[in-house]
Design a protein around this ligand. Structure first.
Ligand SMILES: [Zn+2]
Length: 251
């Protein structure tokens, strides 16, 4: 098959607020490099941010300026919905609203928030639940939409929690070649919020992902909530946990 005939995927990352996408920046950049159509959808415009001063309108404008930079850096298309920041409600109607974006963008792959229960931001938890429900609602009749149902299979991934645990099997995406781009991404938000040492912290997080993957220097880790992995002839063994010193010996 020539490269022109390879089926490209539509990747849709759905989060509550600008900057929530930090854990999949390298993965989105990998998909863009592979020629996939990558969309980043925020359910809110982030007007309720507490570590920036200004009116809601000013904050929305400033946060949009940051996501404009992210859009240009990663080569993704950014979209916003107008759910109120810190007041995203989990309801059937809101599930259908998110489903209408799935009808419009027709994703093959979705990346979204985990539901962390009492540990998580309610907007993040509700985003997770609305997105999972939307993958069903987008298949149904919807009097609120003129768009046809989106009934193709979708794989839904969540970022793996840094605090451990995890309900689902996890997989790692090697983002070593995106390291510089991820650091530029971090710089945009570090400058925006004035958080110190973000690059150093994120280097550790990506290294930890690489360590857990057993095979790469830097990785972003995901769990697959719904969907199906590619068909293979034999079941894979675990790549196994590898000590950083072993990885460095191979590099
Ligand atoms: Zn958030």
């Amino acid at each position: 098959m020539s490269s022109e005939n390879v089926q490209k995927n539509v990747v849709l990352a759905i989060f509550a607020h600008p900057d929530d996408e930090i854990g999949c920046a390298g993965t989105m950049a990998n998909h863009v490099d592979a020629g996939d159509d990558v969309h980043l959808l925020f359910l809110t415009k982030g007007e309720n941010i507490t570590n920036m001063d200004g009116s809601p309108e000013e904050l929305v404008a400033r946060r949009k300026a940051h996501t404009d930079k992210i859009e240009a850096l990663l080569g993704v298309k950014v979209h916003f919905m107008d759910f109120p920041d810190s007041r995203i409600e989990y309801s059937v109607d809101n599930g259908y609203r998110v489903a209408r974006k799935l009808r419009e963008l027709k994703p093959d792959i979705i990346i979204t928030w985990r539901d962390e229960g009492p540990r998580g931001h309610p907007d993040h938890n509700n985003t997770h639940k609305l997105v999972v429900d939307a993958t069903s609602y987008c298949r149904f009749k919807d009097p609120g939409s003129d768009l046809p149902p989106h009934r193709e299979a979708m794989n839904v991934f969540i970022g793996r929690s840094f605090v451990g645990g995890g309900r689902y099997d996890f997989l790692s995406v090697d983002v070593s070649k995106q390291y510089d781009k991820i650091m530029q991404f971090i710089e945009i938000y570090e400058e925006a919020y004035g958080f110190p040492h973000m690059e150093k912290i994120w280097d550790h997080i990506l290294s930890h992902g690489g360590l857990r993957s057993g095979r790469t220097r830097y990785a972003e880790s995901f769990e697959m909530v719904m969907g199906q992995l590619p068909t293979i002839e034999t079941l894979p063994p675990t790549p196994g946990f590898t000590w950083l010193s072993d990885i460095e010996r191979k590099l």
